[in-house]
Design a binder for this molecule. Structure first.
Ligand code: RFL
Ligand code: PHB
Length: 389
C-alpha cells in the first residue's frame, strides 16, 4: 500500500492528525496495535481546552461534544477545608469543556470511514524503516500476514510506549524526565458529582480530585504511594477515603455507586526534545508526558498535531519545507510551558513523602497567596484554559 502520511497510533493525536490531513485531501492511513473496543475502554482525560474543542469544530465533528460536553467556567483548589474558586471565565474570558477522551476518540473513529481515513486495528509488530530517506515505510502484521505501507512521511503518534520514539534513537542530552513518588488511583461511577465544578484538594491525607464526565457520571482520583496495588483497594475503601476528603467541602457530598472502572496511573514529567528524524515526526505522548494535574496531556497532543498538520499541508500544497523544519521548536515552546504548569500544580497540591514541615509551610503559604492574589489566580487560570497556539 502507498500513502502520503503513515500514522502510527489511533489515540487522540493520530486520529486528529488523520482527520486534519484528510480535510485538506491528503491521503493517510492509521495503523493501531489495539482493537477499537480496547481503545474505547481506556478511561483517561476529561477536560478539553478550547484549542482542542476548536479543532473538533473545524473538522465539523463537534455536534455531540456541543450537546453533551459540560462548559466549566471555574474550578476549585482546596487546602484542607478552605475552597479557593478560580473563576477562569472572569479572569480570562474563556472556559474549558468537560468531555471524556473516550467520547472524543469515539467521535473521531466513527467519522473516519466516511472521510476516507482508513484505520488498521490490531496491527502487530509495527516497525519503521528508512526514516532518513525520501520514501520511509512501515511494516506490520495483521491476521498473521505481513503488510507494508510506503509513505512520504511517518507520524509517530503511538504514545509513551510505542516504537516511534525508539526509531528516532537515543538523545540523552535532549531527554528530560521526572518521576513522582506517587500515582493516582481513579474511579469512574454513575453517580452525580459532589460539586458543580472540579475540586483539586490538598489535605493531610494527600491529594484528591473530584471530576466528572456528565451530570450523572463522576470521576474521582486520590494520591496513592508509588508501590500501591489496585488489589489493595476495595471500592468501599476508596469511597470512604473520598468522603473523608470531599464531604465537608463539596455542595452535595460524595454519592457512592458501583465502579465502572478503577485503575492506578503513575505520574511522570517527560520531554523528548528530538521530535523529528528525517521524515519521521513525533506528536503527543510519544514525545512528552505530563502528570495529569492540570489536564494538559490530551490538549498538548492536540496542539502538536495542529502544528504538524499545518506543516504537512504546506509541504503538500506548496512544497514549502520551512514549517516542517520549524515544527519541533514551535511544538516544544508550548510543551515546556504545559510541562511547567503541570509540574507546578503537582508540587502545589500533593504531599511528597520526602517533604518535611518546612515544605508544608511553603506549600500552605503559596496556596494562601493564590487565595488572596488576583494576579496569581490569573496566572493559574490562563494556563488552565490553555495558552494560545
Ligand atoms: P495515546 O492516547 O497513548 O495513543 C497512542 C496510541 O498508539 C497505540 N500504539 C501503537 N500502535 C501501533 N503499534 C504500536 N507498537 C503501538 N504502541 C502504541 C496505542 O494503542 C494508542 O492507541 O497517545 P496520544 O494520542 O498522544 O494522546 C495522549 C493522551 O492520551 C494523554 O496525554 C492523556 O490521556 C493524558 N491525560 C489527560 N490529558 C488531558 O488533556 N486532560 C486530562 O484530564 C487528562 N487526564 C490523562 C488523564 C491520562 C491519564 N492516564 C491514565 C495516563 C488522566 C489519566 C488517569
Ligand atoms: C479527569 O476528569 O479525568 C481529569 C480531570 C482533571 C485532571 C485530570 C483528570 O487534571
Amino acid at each position: 500500500m502507498k500513502t502520503k502520511v503513515a500514522i502510527i497510533g489511533a489515540g487522540p493525536a493520530g486520529l486528529l492528525l488523520g482527520h486534519l490531513l484528510r480535510s485538506e485531501g491528503i491521503d493517510c492511513v492509521i495503523v493501531e496495535r489495539q482493537s477499537a473496543a480496547h481503545i474505547l475502554s481506556r478511561i483517561r482525560a476529561g477536560v478539553l481546552e478550547s484549542v482542542t474543542t476548536q479543532l473538533m469544530h473545524r473538522l465539523g465533528l463537534d455536534a455531540r461534544m456541543n450537546a453533551e460536553g459540560m462548559i466549566e467556567h471555574g474550578f476549585n483548589l482546596a487546602d484542607d477545608d478552605r475552597m479557593i474558586r478560580i473563576d477562569i471565565e472572569a479572569l480570562t474570558g474563556r472556559y474549558v469543556t468537560v468531555y471524556g477522551q473516550t467520547e472524543l476518540t469515539r467521535d473521531l473513529m466513527d467519522a473516519a470511514l466516511d472521510r476516507g481515513l482508513p484505520i488498521v486495528y490490531e496491527a502487530g509488530e509495527v516497525a519503521l524503516h528508512d526514516v532518513d530517506g525520501e520514501r520511509p515505510w512501515i511494516s506490520y502484521v495483521v491476521d498473521g500476514q505481513s503488510q507494508r505501507i510506503d509513505a512520504d512521511f511517518i507520524a509517530g503518534c503511538d504514545g509513551f510506549h510505542g516504537p516511534s520514539r525508539k526509531a528516532v534513537g537515543d538523545h540523552p542530552a535532549r531527554t528530560f524526565e521526572r518521576e513522582y513518588p506517587f500515582g493516582w488511583l481513579g474511579i469512574l461511577a454513575d453517580v452525580a458529582p459532589c460539586h458543580p465544578e472540579l475540586i483539586y484538594a490538598n489535605g493531610p491525607r494527600g491529594f484528591a480530585l473530584a471530576s466528572m464526565r456528565s451530570p450523572t457520571r463522576s470521576r474521582y482520583y486520590i494520591q496513592v504511594p508509588q508501590a500501591a496495588r489496585i488489589e489493595d483497594w476495595s471500592e468501599d475503601r476508596l469511597w470512604d477515603e473520598l468522603a473523608a476528603r470531599f464531604d465537608s467541602i463539596s455542595d452535595r457530598g460524595v454519592a457512592r455507586g458501583p465502579a465502572l472502572e478503577m485503575s492506578i496511573a503513575p505520574l511522570r514529567s517527560f520531554v523528548f526534545e528530538k521530535m523529528r528524524r528525517g521524515r519521521l515526526f513525533l506528536a503527543g505522548d510519544a514525545a512528552h508526558i505530563v502528570p495529569p494535574t492540570g489536564a494538559k496531556g490530551l490538549n498538548l497532543a492536540a496542539s502538536d498535531v495542529a502544528y504538524l498538520a499545518e506543516a504537512l499541508i504546506a509541504w503538500f500544497a506548496k512544497g514549502d519545507a520551512a514549517p516542517l523544519a520549524g515544527y519541533e521548536a514551535r511544538a516544544l515552546a508550548r510543551i515546556w510551558k504545559a510541562e511547567r504548569f503541570s509540574w507546578y500544580l503537582t508540587k502545589l497540591m500533593h504531599r511528597f513523602p520526602e517533604d518535611g514541615a518546612f515544605e508544608h509551610r511553603m506549600q500552605r503559604a503559596e496556596i494562601d497567596y493564590v487565595a488572596t492574589s488576583r494576579a496569581m489566580q490569573t496566572a493559574i487560570a490562563e494556563n488552565y484554559v490553555g495558552l494560545p497556539l
